[in-house]
Design a protein around this ligand. Structure first.
Ligand SMILES: Nc1ncnc2c1ncn2[C@@H]1O[C@H](COP(=O)(O)OP(=O)(O)OP(=O)(O)O)[C@@H](O)[C@H]1O
Ligand SMILES: [Mg+2]
Length: 503
């Protein structure tokens, strides 16, 4: 048998008008980790969906475990030892964590009746073995995205695959969860499992991959052992030109106070959170999965009711709000982490998604000003380099990162006083990331205050004027830019039993 467990040869794939892959070839040996990188829309997920049987290639062949693979169903492909953690999480929201992990493979007795006791026992054992702490009985809809990600990982691992594809598994994992994921990958390697790892966080690729394949515009650019690459070279392969990776700085005096939260508590997890936000600054919010970052964003935006404390705009009028609609009127915008359920109308076009919040300003006497609308969309596309076939393209057919950019564009077209960004660069490629950073600073220059929640410590440290570290629903500490380092943030985020909130 060949030394490769998998060879994908000359794979091509087109979607109406878009050639997503052009004769791409990769091959993988057992027990190694393969990084797969490239800009948003480069074709990474498409290649992996072809491997997983979700799409059919137009041309090319797949040799798996020594034999050419014929067309097979996704179930047959899972049985053959391939499992995939999809970039867009594919869990059944109303089912519990345990049910999702064993979906379609639930333990049953001889009469075919579901054995719930065994289901929960086995799920419990699996999570324990993986060091993942989650309440097995909670419906997935009640988990944060990061927790859902952990369920996806557990699900893929429960299938005992020989080859596991992880499409952005870490997009919003930080600190200890990330270490946990890497420990899991190391142990998979030792068991001879092949891992294909897709990520826009290149430091992860350097940490975990043995070999890296770079795609650009659907074509293979290079495959190299990790030892022959440095970050700058890898970025140049991806982007096609050298890229200066420096966080854009603005020099500004601290502006006026715009928003004050005092002693805010909620039914979710927040327990006495106070913060002040000033015009033209970026306030970074760091913390582990489950520490209450997203819940803080929701509370600030009026999406979760307060059980104590208050949130108000400083200065004139003291506007208050008790719902997202009122929050928007008061001048707030929220870019949520979960773009699939809250951020986008995925069945509608890019154009409609981008212009929906400002529709009234684009209509005159009930008639849509087509040219003005088109200008807004074109401006957003250029500023954020959104890759789309046209502004009529449905957002569900954009690549993951480009969907994220559309969500951002949507809110940037409004003119808020405060923007809350929850994981603004999740799944966004390295070039576009710096475009988004520049954009954030431009907003600051216009006096807009930004609250940025992020799991990416380099981003938190590089972009924030001040950093609040959350831990177990509280603010564990505030750091000025000068004193913030990864070690200090992690220390504050993990003090005490921060994971208690998960179980
Ligand atoms: N079902 C589909 N219908 C139409 N076009 C599609 C479909 N799926 C993918 N595409 C297009 O194929 C190209 C490659 O997309 P793909 O999702 O593979 O990119 P990617 O490398 O995974 O990007 P990202 O880093 O943003 O996840 C993109 O231009 C995308 O818009
Ligand atoms: Mg993708």
């Amino acid at each position: 048998m060949s030394e490769y467990i998998l060879e994908m040869r000359n794979i091509s794939k087109s979607f109406a008008g878009v050639q997503a892959l052009k004769e791409v070839s990769i091959r993988c040996k057992p027990g190694l980790v393969y990084g797969l990188v490239g800009e948003n829309g480069a074709g990474k997920s498409t290649l992996m969906k072809i491997l997983a049987g979700a799409y059919r290639a137009d041309a090319g062949e797949i040799v798996y475990k020594g034999a050419i693979r014929d067309q097979a169903s996704t179930a047959e492909i899972i049985d053959s030892g391939i499992s995939i953690i999809y970039q867009e999480l594919a869990l059944v929201r109303q089912m519990s964590v345990a049910e999702n992990i064993f979906l379609g493979r639930e333990p049953r007795n001889r009469l075919g009746i579901l054995n719930l006791g065994e289901l929960y026992d086995r799920a419990g054992e699996l999570l324990k073995r993986l060091g993942i702490r989650l309440n097995l009985r909670l419906p997935v809809s009640e988990l944060t995205i990061a927790q859902q990600q952990l369920v996806e990982i557990a699900k893929a691992l429960s299938q005992n695959a020989d080859l596991i594809v992880m499409d952005e598994p870490s997009a919003i994992l930080a600190g200890s969860e990330l270490d946990q994921l890497f420990r899991i990958i190391e142990s998979l390697k030792l068991q001879g499992v092949t891992v294909i790892y897709i990520s826009h966080r290149l430091e992860e690729v350097f940490r975990i991959a043995d070999e890296v394949t770079i795609l650009k515009d659907g074509e293979l650019v290079a495959t190299r052992p990790i030892g022959e690459l440095d970050r700058a070279t890898l970025v140049e392969f991806m982007v096609g030109r050298p890229l200066d990776e420096v966080f854009p700085q603005t020099e500004h005096e601290q502006g006026e106070l715009v928003l004050v939260a005092e002693d805010v508590s909620t039914d979710t997890i927040l327990a006495g959170v106070s913060l002040e936000l000033y015009a033209g600054e970026i306030l970074g919010i760091a913390g582990m999965v489950g520490s209450g970052r997203t819940e803080l964003a929701r509370a600030l935006f009026g999406a979760d009711p307060l059980t104590g404390g208050s949130i108000k705009l400083a200065g004139g009028g003291e506007a208050r709000w008790g719902s997202p609609a009122q929050a928007i009127n008061a001048g707030l915008a929220l870019v949520p982490e979960d773009r699939k359920t809250h951020g986008l109308f995925t069945a509608l076009s890019v154009r409609i998604n981008v212009t929906i919040p400002i529709l009234s300003s684009l209509t005159r006497l009930g008639v849509l000003k087509r040219a003005a609308e088109e200008a807004v969309v074109r401006g957003a596309q250029e500023r954020l380099s959104i890759v789309m076939s046209s502004s009529d393209q449905e957002t569900q057919f954009l690549s993951g990162g480009n969907q994220q950019k559309v969500v951002l564009a949507k809110w940037l077209s409004t003119d808020p006083a405060v923007i809350i960004l929850d994981e603004p660069t999740r799944g966004v490629d390295v070039g576009a990331k710096f475009e988004i950073y520049k954009l954030m600073r431009q907003l600051n220059d216009r006096g807009i205050a930004i609250v940025m929640i992020s799991s990416e410590l380099p981003e938190i440290i590089g972009m924030s004027d001040r950093i609040l570290v959350m831990n177990d629903g509280r603010i564990a500490g505030e750091l000025a830019r000068e004193e913030a380092g990864e070690a200090r943030i992690i220390e504050l985020a993990t003090m005490g039993g921060s994971e208690a909130a998960l179980t």
